[in-house]
Design a protein around this ligand. Sequence first.
Ligand code: GSH
Length: 224
Amino acid sequence: GSKEIVGAEPAKLKLYSYWRSSCSQRVRIALNLKGLDYEYETVNLLKDEQFDPEFEKLNPIKYVPSLVDGDVVVGDSLAIILYLEDKYPQHPLLPKDLKKKALNLQVANIVGSSIQPLQNLSILKFIETKFDADEKLKWVQHYIGKGFSALEKLLKDVPGKYATGDEVLLADVFLAPQIDAGVARFRIDMTEYPRLARAHAAYSELPAFQAALPERQPDYPASA
Ligand code: GSH
């Protein structure tokens, strides 16, 4: 008879994520684009689960996301996505063309280094100790606006449906969650950024992006 081969199946990828985290959403989009099945592990940021000593072993800076792929543990969305890009080359997220590749990395890094860190939960909690709700919102809007203005200038004359052309690439993976958060949480008016708005409208048509949306995640609270 047939023998069962135990342990022949590689372990499923595991993503430590929080529904509203834009950094987690980037990785969810990349996994979906590459057609990779994964287990969803919730880290509830509102319950401070990112500070759990068990989670700290997976991400020493105590932020989501973290990815576990067998014996490989990667924290930080960009590092995770570049790891996935090397290991799972289907649906490449970085183009061969050097100019376009640099543009994708620039867009991703503007979002990841110069926009999102200034709206991070721990920063917002700190800002709340100094400013009232209205001033806090204005402060966040200022930094998102600064980043979006730069991105709009950078991409204004780049043709195509998506951020850097007619292919869905790294820039899109970073832009989509940032624009979602800007609109839904920080009341950013996207009519000021028509090029970004055009790409954003195109993302809403794509199943890989739809399935990564905050409200589609298993830990999305019924009352949110
Ligand atoms: N550069 C990191 C990445 O891209 O993964 C940033 C990670 C990060 O800021 N994660 C946020 C977080 O875990 C959610 S998007 N915040 C929890 C906190 O501030 O305590």
